[in-house]
Structure formats: C-alpha cells, structure tokens
Design a protein. Structure first.
Ligand SMILES: [Zn+2]
Length: 51
C-alpha cells in the first residue's frame, strides 16, 4: 500500500517497497506495483521521485 506523508503544505506518496516519495499518488502506485513485481526500480518512474 502506498503511504501518504505530510510535508509542510504538501502531501507526498511513499512507495513502501523502495521508500521513494512522489507528489502524485498514481506514480507512487506504479512504482510500488513495479517494485513488488520486479524487485528493481524503473528509472522512468523514479525520475519523478521528489527525494
Ligand atoms: Zn518503488
């Protein structure tokens, strides 16, 4: 499950598999689906990470 965290005024979505944070829930969900399926990171997805 993608986790949400509050950072100041912003809500960030965290991939529970790789712990990367995203501003878009949709992208975080894609990342998590990818990570749990392939156990690797998809560079096209993680370039959207905020931290
Ligand atoms: Zn991930």
């Amino acid at each position: 499950m993608v986790k949400t965290i509050r950072k100041g005024e912003k809500i960030l979505y965290v991939c529970e598999e790789c712990k990367l944070k995203y501003e878009e829930r949709e992208i975080a969900e894609k990342c998590e689906a990818w990570c749990s399926k392939y156990k690797t990171c998809n560079l096209e997805i993680i370039e959207h990470a905020v931290e």
